[in-house]
Design a protein around this ligand. Structure first.
Ligand code: HEM
Length: 613
């Protein structure tokens, strides 16, 4: 018996150290480059208007050396080369189809059969759900683990995410509730997340991101549909087509009753049918009520400045009003992001001016793992407060906040925004709210299970992210050669290391970036650990240094100091109905009895006369 065990262990070791072993008859089901996305073709700078003071909506011509760089519909870049299980395409953890083929009539009668025998099972990476079960915790209370940040930090972070990146696939091609009993459920683009690789406990929906069409047939890459630049894509869109849907008269943006966002006549996203959806520059605007409220704040800000600019520059055309207003809004967004929001997350090097050699493209490790640290910040409930920051009505549970514009239609955005100012964000750690890690997008009362933390891991594999250990190396963290989980001790506590070891077995195996890095202790005084901190820092430095229109160099001196005055607190003073007072730095955690609020009446806000021509 002992001998058999020893032999099995040895075999397992050989298989693990060899990585992913190949079987003769392996095949991927379906054409994985089917419906690939054609990326924008390079073009000459002579087409660009190099003297225009305004950035193009689609991000082209910002970089005059490579005019398509950072524009919508370009490839997602990589800090380090991709790591797929095989062929530069198949994700880590994808089932072995030669084993499937053994099963009569394509029917699977149980997961143990699915993988044939124990040896196959050991070679398969743990499923993201198993990783989640072992490494993450799901919490349904909100007082656990407050971060140094207020909940509005979370929402502004998501708002900025939707300025930089969306990577899409064709989810409609996969059954919503797969059971993983037939091969069909694994046909491209579907790669459902098995609840367990050892027992037949079902699986969850997951659709792969579309590939960039690749004439050279290199490793699979993904496509960003938005401009990478911080340029208000979520407000204005990343194409003229989208802008046309949101723009109104006189350089203003369209609104609906109550100074809310306009309605979307044809949203294909899953908004609750009765009330419909709002429309904005980004398709995800209705994803939760806090995000929708933040969109509304910047819509109102745009319209306030468009009106004021027209007053001081009566001769300007609607188009000039729009462009000049957009420029101011982008400046304010960038100022808030770089001087108020980012310092809580991680430190950046000082700005040394524009560098056209910096590639601003969004990186895969950033979009698919590091910047998703925000998912750990999300609370289970959104307080609804009045202008005195007292309870106005019952909290809105996260599950009720998804794709549901009813609370905003009924009560406006104010109660949600006041709640975000007082509620703490959760800490960035291995704990996730139930509405994120169990009941994502599942309306209250309905059955279902969806785990965003597991989706993040599966997405990392889908995009070929290298292992956590590779990213540590890239960021110069810890020993260069990692021999055991104890080599992570400088960054990850004992308990989390044990959890990682239990599920991944060896440091040589593919430790997914998301669970590895989110388990790190935050850097002192910051919200994230060193690996995510490094990836976030590099990305935002690139977006700053490689942006020819970065606000620090895009305004006259007198105008720049007006832009720099505009904190998010002042933006809220201008845009929220009935607001009386607010704390200076809204991103820092509000501590009752300690944090002071200042009157909005005396707020020193942007002086539009400085923008008179
Ligand atoms: C209630 C809050 C939030 C919800 C419900 C939510 C939900 C989601 C969902 C469903 C996805 C797509 C996952 C996939 O299929 O791969 C996603 C992607 C993403 N989320 Fe969140 N999110 C929230 C907040 C945040 C925050 C606060 C941040 C950052 C600070 C963030 C950053 C990202 C990023 C970077 C992506 C990838 C975008 C892309 O590449 O297309 N999210 N989120």
């Amino acid at each position: 018996m002992k001998l058999i065990l020893l032999l099995t262990n040895m075999m397992q070791l050989i298989l693990l150290t060899n990585g992913f072993f190949l079987l003769d008859k392996e095949k991927v089901i379906g054409d994985t480059r089917e419906n690939c996305i054609e990326t924008r073709r390079p073009f000459s700078r002579t087409i660009c208007n190099a003297l225009s003071p305004f950035s193009n909506l689609d991000g082209t011509c910002n970089n005059l050396q490579i005019p398509i760089q950072g524009s919508a519909l370009t490839r997602v870049a990589r800090f380090i080369p991709s790591a797929y299980a095989r062929d530069g395409d198949t994700p880590v953890g994808f089932p072995f189809f030669s084993v499937f083929e053994k099963i009569k009539n394509d029917k699977i009668t149980g997961i143990p059969l699915l993988f044939g025998n124990a040896l196959f099972t050991t070679s398969v990476s743990p499923s993201p759900q198993e990783i989640s079960d072992n490494v993450f915790q799901v919490i349904n209370r909100d007082f656990v683990n407050p971060a140094r940040a207020a909940h509005i930090f979370m929402t502004f972070g998501q708002f900025i995410d939707h300025d930089m990146v969306i990577i899409e696939g064709e989810p409609e091609k996969c059954v919503k509730k797969p059971r993983c009993q037939t091969l069909d459920d694994f046909k491209f683009p579907c790669n459902p997340i098995l609840r367990s690789t050892k027992t037949n406990r079902g699986c969850n929906f997951f659709a792969r991101s579309s590939a960039a069409c690749d004439v050279n047939k290199g490793p699979r890459d993904q496509v960003n549909q938005l401009t990478s630049y911080i340029d208000g894509s979520m407000i204005y869109g990343s194409s003229l087509e989208q802008l046309k849907r949101v723009i109104g008269l006189n350089g203003q943006l369209r609104t609906s009753r109550g100074n809310l966002l306009p309605f979307d006549p044809e949203n294909e996203r899953p908004c609750r049918k009765i009330k419909g959806c709002f429309l904005a520059g980004d398709i995800r605007v209705n994803e939760n009520i806090a995000l929708t409220s933040m969109h509304t704040v910047f819509l109102r800000l745009h319209n306030i400045y468009a009106t004021k600019l027209k007053q001081v520059n009566p001769r300007w055309s609607s188009n000039t009003i729009f462009q000049e207003t957009r420029k101011i809004i982008i400046g304010i967004l960038q100022n808030i992001l770089y001087s108020e929001w980012l310092p809580l997350a991680t430190d950046l090097s000082p700005y040394r001016g524009y560098n056209p050699n910096v590639d601003v493209s969004i990186n895969n490790g950033f979009a698919t793992a590091a910047y998703r640290f925000g998912h750990s910040l999300v609370r289970n409930n959104f307080d609804q407060l009045d202008r005195g920051f007292n309870v106005a009505r019952n909290q809105v549970p996260l599950q009720n906040a998804f794709n549901n514009i009813a609370p905003l239609l009924q009560n406006g955005i104010e109660e949600t925004m006041f709640g975000l100012l007082v509620n703490d964000s959760k800490r960035v750690d291995i704990r996730f709210s139930e509405g994120i890690a169990r009941r994502l997008f599942i309306p209250p009362g309905s059955k279902g299970f969806q785990n965003l933390a597991a989706i993040n891991i599966q997405r990392g594999r889908d995009h070929g992210l290298p292992s956590y250990t590779e990213y540590r190396k890239f960021c110069n963290i810890g020993p260069n050669i990692v021999r055991s989980f104890d080599d992570f001790s400088g960054q990850i506590n004992r308990r989390q290391r044990d959890n990682l070891q239990r599920i991944f077995g060896s440091v040589k195996s593919h430790i997914d970036l998301y669970p590895g890095a989110i388990a790190e202790r935050p850097v002192r005084g910051k919200l994230v650990g060193p690996t995510f901190g490094c990836l976030i820092r590099k990305q935002f430095e690139n977006l700053r240094d490689g942006d020819r229109f970065f606000f620090e160099r895009n305004f006259k001196f007198t105008q720049l100091s007006e832009i720099k005055k505009m904190t998010l607190a002042k933006v809220l003073c201008l845009t929220l109905n009935q607001i009386v007072s607010i704390q200076d730095n809204v991103f820092e955690r509000f501590i009752p009895g300690e944090t002071r609020r200042k009157s909005c009446q005396n707020a020193d806000v942007l002086d539009i006369t400085k923008f008179k021509q």
